[in-house]
Design a protein around this ligand. Structure first.
Ligand SMILES: [Zn+2]
Length: 430
């Protein structure tokens, strides 16, 4: 396939700091009048009017007729025309690449899902097949929603392993056989729109920042528990990626110095004790040792191997063995997180991922107990530990926010004079 030209027009528009300030005022405070936008942004009224004209022409915003003048608007004369953001003027495609499946969803500019498609992929998806699998799923999702790439501002991909989001390279994806795959450029060539890729736990943290508990919190950790265990770290409202994009690899914290060997080369990593595989392995070991557990009956009834869902089902029905396996996993996770609390002193830990969705408080309670036990009391006392409310959508919202954060983020100008410009977080707090 010949290389397509990257279509960055919409994105270039919002790169202008004044346009960014105006569009974000309307996004966050609409319906809002031109006068109030000028007040909030400190821009001149004619500048605001010119920019609003442009945004109306590009259909990012709409006039909603005469609004009720609010306290900051003079009550004399005609009520002002109000402006509202149009979240469905453009769209985002969000992709979650998991070890055995790829999901593509179309969202609007508020990261609300409009439609999605999930397909299974072969285990050990090859380097050659990944572009095709993602692109087929993306085009299928778009066609389900009756849309084409023309209205899409970008594609975000959340995936496992170490991902350099700046260069768009999947460095070490854990569950896939490749190393250093330039996935972003492959997909930009395919789709012709900007593509953003990041580690899935990082994307989950961004999802929490955009639509979850993170909205009210500037320093928090989002830990994801399922096939793997990872964490996205938000410091001072920004995702902390580390020097080479590997921050938050909490699944590979040592919790047993002489423990079994891990795929990462270390011994006794947290994932060996608390991932899906670890939970199922421990459950099977207990059953095989002759312990009487509900999981045996449920597995036989459903005619399938013991898996996380079966362990969850048994534990919820009060099965002692399943309960203790889940509890132990939670305690191990708490050991890892307790260390993280001592290092980062976050305000909140949001626990997300498929395992917590299945186990709920059965997993969350021991995590909580263990964090309190393993971190300094003074830090733990003020720490909130909560279960994400975003459920399975967290990956998609996270992948979408990779695109939205860039699109609506305050542009960074290296030219002198712009350093003192109002930033979006300042604007949101005003
Ligand atoms: Zn490891």
């Amino acid at each position: 396939m010949s290389k397509r030209t990257l279509r960055t027009g919409d994105r270039q528009l919002i790169r202008d700091i004044n346009i960014s300030l105006v569009v974000n005022s309307i996004r966050h405070y609409g319906p809002i009048s031109r006068v109030d936008i000028a007040r909030r942004t400190g821009l001149g009224r004619s500048t605001v009017s010119d920019i609003v004209g442009l945004l109306l022409k590009e259909e990012f915003v709409t006039e909603t007729g005469s609004g009720h003048p609010n306290a900051s608007t003079p009550v004399v004369g005609r009520p002002p025309v109000m402006l509202e953001f149009k979240p469905r003027s453009r769209f985002v495609v969000a992709v979650k690449l998991a070890p055995a499946s790829v999901t593509a969803a179309v969202t609007d500019l508020d990261a609300e899902v409009i439609g999605s498609v999930e397909r299974s992929i072969g285990i050990r998806l090859s380097e050659g097949a990944v572009r095709q699998q993602i692109s087929e799923t993306v085009y299928e999702a778009l066609s389900c929603c009756g849309l084409s790439m023309d209205k899409v501002i970008g594609v975000g991909v959340a995936m496992p392993g170490i991902v350099d989001s700046r260069t768009g390279v999947s460095i070490s994806p854990r569950f896939f056989p490749w190393q250093n795959l330039p996935l972003r450029s492959l997909l930009e060539e395919e789709f012709g729109v900007p593509v953003f890729i990041d580690n899935d736990a990082n994307a989950a943290a961004l999802a929490e920042k955009l639509k979850g508990y993170g909205r009210q919190t500037s320093d928090f950790v989002c830990v994801t528990v399922g096939i793997g265990i990872g964490a996205g770290i938000i410091i001072d409202n920004k995702l902390y990626r580390g020097s080479m994009a590997g921050a938050g690899e909490i699944g590979h914290i040592t919790i047993q110095e002489d423990g079994p060997e891990c795929t990462c080369g270390n011994r006794g990593c947290l994932e060996l004790f608390a991932s899906d595989d670890a939970i199922v392995r421990e459950m099977k070991r207990i059953v095989e040792s002759g312990c009487n557990s509900l999981v045996t009956r449920i597995a036989a009834e459903q005619n399938r191997e013991i898996d996380r869902a079966i362990v969850a089902c048994a534990a919820k029905e009060g099965d002692e063995a399943a309960f203790s396996v889940v509890r132990q996993a939670g305690e191990h996770i708490g050991v890892g997180l307790g260390t993280l609390v001592n290092i980062l002193n976050p305000e909140m830990i949001v626990v997300a991922g498929e395992a917590v969705a299945d186990f709920g408080s059965l997993l969350l309670d021991p995590i909580r107990d263990s964090i309190c036990q393993r971190s300094m009391g003074v830090l733990a006392r003020r720490l909130e530990i909560v279960e994400s409310r975003l459920g399975a959508q967290i990956w998609i919202v996270g992948a979408a926010s990779l695109v939205l954060d860039d699109f609506f983020g305050a542009p960074i100008y290296e030219r002198p004079g712009y350093a003192a410009a109002v930033s979006i977080p300042d604007l949101m707090q005003s």
